[in-house]
Design a protein around this ligand. Structure first.
Ligand SMILES: Cc1ncc(COP(=O)(O)O)c(C=O)c1O
Length: 376
């Protein structure tokens, strides 16, 4: 049997990882500045994480949401403490798209409306509701109807106000830092206007923190730079450091009802052990402080590179826009310098999403490699 060929793959077979590095089947060492799409938050094969998952595996890896699963509450407590959202409720699921799907459902159940405002360039996932609010016709088959979605430009306050005036809006969904589109941030004022209009119009404000959340921006959630409090916050990627776990935080004004949401695998003990270990490592190793420190250094260093038009982003979620398409640069980084970096929807923008444990030493290795390629 062959694999369904939907991914353009590097010809590299990775078999092991440690901290910010991964190793292939020939034992070639690669510096990982991409974290497998922003997933690796605390580093590959972190010892504490491996220990906690292993311990749980020996105890009980799975039971469904029909019994008390104490570790779910432990995870919720730690998440509430670190994120500052102690008074919100947590619903656990398995992937980013599923988190978005559930966020949209919560909004529509809450206010019984169905028009959603989303943004040009947005990526929210590939399941039915998530892909409908994603701005990419190429990944949207006819069955994923998006006639209920209004796509607006970032930071255009007038079009946002008009959309609310002309429609019964159910929810606004926004990435506080757009990832797949090439690292773009809405203005603080704009996020605050979204919050205000949602409150005035009984619509829900959904912050998609799947890529920019969990410390990556230098705050636990990127929207916290704007002093807003979304009604629903989606999380995935960095939440499990590679173990599939995702979730949504739900404002206490939204009442839960039995059967409103549900999942077989979501919140399983093994996933929660991974999720809890990640939060404990983020806390114990001061990874958000490290993200700010190393992220600022990374941004400064990137700005010194030649041919750079703009460096965008915050913390360890960085886009470097060059004055040329980056495909060849990316290939050279991986095949000649053994460094993984990401691309984006913008052909000239390189995306950096390393583990939050990365240090200045690794930044210097990356910058040196890019400089060498550019001066050749
Ligand atoms: C902001 C955002 N939302 C949702 C998703 C979808 O997550 P998943 O691939 O886990 O379904 C992604 C994935 O890249 C994302 O970046």
């Amino acid at each position: 049997m062959k694999l369904f060929d939907v991914y353009p793959l590097f010809n590299i077979n990775l078999i092991r990882g440690e901290s910010c590095y991964v190793y292939d089947d020939k034992n070639v060492k690669y510096l990982d500045f991409y974290g497998g799409h922003a997933v690796i938050s605390i580093g590959h094969a972190h010892q504490y994480y491996v220990k906690k998952i292993t311990e749980q595996l020996h105890q009980l890896s799975f039971y469904s949401n029909s019994v008390q699963i104490e570790i779910q509450q432990q995870l919720a407590n730690k998440l509430g403490q670190l994120s500052g959202y102690d008074d919100y409720n947590l619903f656990l699921c398995n992937s980013g798209a599923e988190a978005v799907e559930n966020a949209l459902k919560v909004a529509s159940f809450y206010n019984n409306k169905k028009k959603v405002i989303a943004f040009k360039g947005a990526f929210h996932g590939r399941t039915s509701g998530a892909v409908a609010v994603t701005d990419n016709p190429k990944i949207k088959p006819p069955i994923n109807d998006d006639s209920h979605v209004i796509f607006l430009d970032f930071n255009d306050e007038e079009s946002l106000q008009n959309a609310f005036l002309q429609n019964e809006i159910c929810a606004v969904i926004i990435e506080p830092i757009q990832g797949v589109n090439g690292i773009y941030e809405p203005n603080v004022d704009y996020l605050q206007l979204i919050q205000k209009l949602c409150n005035e119009n009984n619509a829900l404000f959904i912050a998609d923190e799947i890529q920019c959340g969990y410390g990556r921006s230098g705050k636990f959630f990127a929207h916290q730079f704007a002093n807003v409090q979304p009604d629903v916050i989606t999380m995935a990627k960095g939440m499990g450091n590679g173990f599939p776990i995702a979730g949504i935080l739900i404002h206490p004004k939204i009442a839960a009802k039995y059967g409103m949401l549900g999942t077989t695998f979501g919140g399983a003990p093994l996933a929660c052990a991974a999720g809890l270990a990640v939060l404990e490592v983020i806390e114990n190793e001061n990874l958000i402080e490290n993200t700010i420190k190393v992220g600022n250094y990374l941004i400064e260093q990137c700005k010194q590179l030649s041919n750079v038009i703009e460096v965008r982003g915050k913390g360890l979620m960085i886009g470097i826009e060059f004055d040329f398409p980056i495909k060849e640069l990316r290939d050279k980084l991986v095949y000649e310098h053994h460094i993984f970096v990401g691309n984006s929807n913008q052909p000239n923008t390189l995306r950096l999403l390393p583990s939050l444990t990365i240090t200045k030493t690794e930044v210097d290795i990356l910058i040196d490699a890019i400089s060498k390629i550019l001066t050749k």
